[in-house]
Design a protein around this ligand. Structure first.
Ligand code: ASP
Length: 439
């Protein structure tokens, strides 16, 4: 058994957290490859080291004083080193960083030092080999992640390394320039290492015991999700559920490597298992509920629309020309509705309307704003009759008017559109019927 273990920033924010992490890693021989984030928040209004680095570098490029800020970052690391009683100095590393900041070497380089330095401490603490991600996580000349090359180089390197720490979040372009993934990108590094080392499991350690069925800001103490498929996860994360970086499943989804989301502060909790497919029956009909507010709808009406070839394409072209992405597109015989993000649409509204008039000469166009979309996701809905019935009766009982319905043919996902002010009420009604009363 071989595992990659990735630890998020809050799991590595202090010496105390490092000790918990050390205990977790030492508890299982199989935890051979470790991917650390930079130190995160120690308390709720603390600052993440990554944010400190961005700010410090921001001062450096404006030729403002940045040394004090860099010293404050160094103090964060020294607090960890001292708390762990390690015989380690990062003075030489900080000298190089100071010099490079002075040369305005790059924002990505600056941010990446958070993981780089934490990786050095982690390797020393565990007695594992340190592998600089710049040598094994590779980007092309244009700055795009090069998955094939990385896999070739990294898998070769790991063949001969029994135990290693590989910092998350960054890699390098062919000329050595440091490049980072988007924020939260250490999750991606974890997946990339999991694939290259062909591990049996990718454990992603964070500060919650897995995914929750619904947003805890809306539902008090929601149940957690025991097992979720990659597809379900995509649907839920797209709709706003955040625990894992959205792209983290791509490197391993074809490799059959499951991801286990675990809690560093409660290691015996099972967490959530993310898998390609599972024959485990979900406990409830639905796996999760997620949603987003702030949508607008544009309803276009024209008699005989359905027989006009190219009608939809012409309408969609107007949105494309204005750089607006489309979320959903329910349609009727003589109507089509396009749902978009209100913030993206508002500023271009009149241009879009004029464009639609010119393109398809509709009978009327109606706009509606302040809408929310809620996705009810679950493999358990497949071939199970009555799920939609339950969704709509729950919403009706909660006095929520449904503005739009969209069910994909995969039967994995039902999306309903409601008014923003009904959003929370709708989620509570759905949670209640599928989880609390469990029917
Ligand atoms: N430290 C980086 C961030 O704060 C990357 C990560 O934690 O995954 O976004």
């Amino acid at each position: 058994m071989k595992k990659v273990v990735k630890f998020g920033g809050s799991s590595l924010a202090s010496a105390e957290q490092f000790k918990k992490v050390g205990d977790i890693i030492r508890a299982e021989e199989s935890r051979r490859y470790v991917v650390p984030s930079a130190p995160g928040k120690r308390f709720s209004d603390d600052t993440k080291v990554t944010d400190m680095l961005y700010k410090c570098y921001g001062a450096a490029i404006k030729e403002k004083k940045f040394i004090d800020q860099l010293e404050a970052i160094k103090a964060r690391y020294n607090e960890i080193i001292d708390g762990l009683g390690l015989d380690l100095s990062l003075d030489a590393e900080f000298d190089v960083i100071r010099e490079n900041f002075g040369k305005k070497i790059g924002r990505d380089y600056a941010a990446s030092r958070g993981e780089f330095l934490n990786g050095i401490i982690m390797a020393k603490y565990l007695g594992y080999e340190f592998i600089d991600a710049a040598e094994v996580i590779l980007f092309d000349e244009e700055g795009h992640f090069d998955g094939d090359k990385t896999n070739e180089v990294l898998s070769k390197r790991l063949e001969t390394v029994e135990r290693a720490v590989i910092p998350g979040f960054y890699g390098a372009m062919p000329d050595g320039t440091i490049k980072t993934f988007s924020r939260g990108g250490s999750d991606l590094t974890g997946s990339i290492v999991a694939k290259a080392a062909q591990v049996d499991m990718y454990e992603n350690w964070t500060d919650v015991s897995g995914f929750l069925i619904a947003d805890p800001r809306i539902i008090a103490n929601p149940k957690s999700i025991e097992a979720i498929t990659y597809k379900e996860l995509r649907e839920l994360s797209y709709m706003g559920a955040t625990v894992l970086h959205e792209d983290a499943i791509f490197p391993i989804r074809k490799e059959g490597i499951p991801i286990n989301i675990k809690n560093t502060n409660a290691p015996s909790d099972k967490g959530t298992l993310i898998v390609e497919a599972t024959c485990r029956h979900p406990k409830y009909t639905i796996t999760g509920i997620a949603g987003k507010q702030g949508f607008a709808s544009i309803t276009i009406e024209k008699a005989m629309m359905n027989s006009e070839i190219g009608f939809c394409r012409k309408v969609l072209q107007v949105f494309e020309d204005n750089g607006i992405s489309i979320e959903h597109m329910p349609s009727g015989i003589d109507t089509m509705t396009v749902l978009v993000h209100q913030s993206e649409f508002e500023e271009k509204e009149q241009k879009v309307l004029a464009g639609i008039h010119q393109a398809v000469q509709p009978d009327s166009i109606e706009l509606e704003s302040d809408l929310a979309l809620i996705a009810i996701v679950g493999r358990g809905m497949r071939s199970k009759r009555g799920t939609s019935g339950r969704i709509f009766s729950a919403l009706a009982h909660a006095h929520v008017n449904v503005k739009m319905i969209d069910q994909g043919s995969s039967e994995l996902n039902v999306v309903v559109g409601v008014r923003n002010h009904d959003f929370e009420n709708a989620i509570r009604a759905l949670y209640d019927i599928f989880v609390t009363t469990r029917i």
